[in-house]
Design a protein around this ligand. Sequence first.
Ligand SMILES: NC(=O)c1ccc[n+]([C@@H]2O[C@H](COP(=O)([O-])OP(=O)(O)OC[C@H]3O[C@@H](n4cnc5c(N)ncnc54)[C@H](OP(=O)(O)O)[C@@H]3O)[C@@H](O)[C@H]2O)c1
Length: 308
Amino acid sequence: MLYRRVLVTGANGLLGQALVRVLGRFPEYDVLATGIQAQPRFRGGSCGYMALDVNRPDDLKRVFQDFSPDVVVNCAAMTHVDACETERQACWRLNVDAVDLIARLCLSSGARLVQLSSDFVFDGTGGPYREPDRPLPVNFYGKSKLAAENAARGAGIDQWTVVRTALVFGTGEQLARSNVVLWMIDELSRGRSIRVVTDQVRTPTWAPDLAFGIERILRFGKTGTYHVSGSEIVSIHELAVDVARAFDFDEALITPIDSSGLTQAAVRPARTGFIILKAESELGYRPTPLRDALTRIRAELTISQTAG
Ligand SMILES: NC(=O)c1ccc[n+]([C@@H]2O[C@H](COP(=O)([O-])OP(=O)(O)OC[C@H]3O[C@@H](n4cnc5c(N)ncnc54)[C@H](OP(=O)(O)O)[C@@H]3O)[C@@H](O)[C@H]2O)c1
């Protein structure tokens, strides 16, 4: 079953931009991209755009009335894990209360909801995780994402999907936030040394792959919980080494440390990452090998530098 009218929130973010790009390749989708900004941060894309702050119930209701989406993909979130720890009210308002409202509007309008979630719903003692594993968040961001999952599941909508992902990286236009790979590229390209942890393990996810996985969920009308990430289980240190190799940076700039050497407001789960068998078998999801994704990013950055 194909859902035609797709409302994307948080469309100026890393995933939002990638999703709008992927959905734009298919004429069957009528996409309304929304973001907190008055103007889209991305160029092109075959979609409409309007400003939407998901914290504003009246604005949300109006968009539901005017656009009457078949499906909402909620990419809006407070994603800065340390900020979530220190600004708990703001985090809960966006990551949970707004999801609750979106879910209720989906229920009353008959739309379905695709809610993004995170590997940080797990405590990191038993990764990589499968969908039925028991969540136990260790920081406030993780708690808010688990509460968001529960809001999506508990609203009474028949057709909800929770898409959990992990350590998303990639390029985008005028992104408000960097991501781990762009940060590594930026530092290493300037010849600056970086300290990266060996004891935090993830399955890094290239944003276009995640967007592709979500497109498959929409196309096949899949409901329930899906783990959609990269397939390679690496430490942040190993990821940095991969980045250095893909970009011909000096690997000696990378210093391995363990998490005790970091001072961060929020504790991080140690070993997360996902087993993505369900997405592979039910969605035909095939994530790009990490090295290939990094090579593609190098090409994209070279092209944008040449163009700029
Ligand atoms: N990035 C990761 O490593 C990761 C890992 C696991 C799960 N996830 C989940 O994946 C989803 C997408 O994350 P992402 O990586 O694309 O993060 P992102 O780049 O931070 O995107 C989030 C977007 O939400 C926007 N936003 C903030 N407040 C809003 C509001 N009140 N109304 C509407 N939009 C608002 C942000 O605007 P600004 O551009 O102005 O900030 C940003 O564009 C989130 O649910 C996140 O929790 C991400």
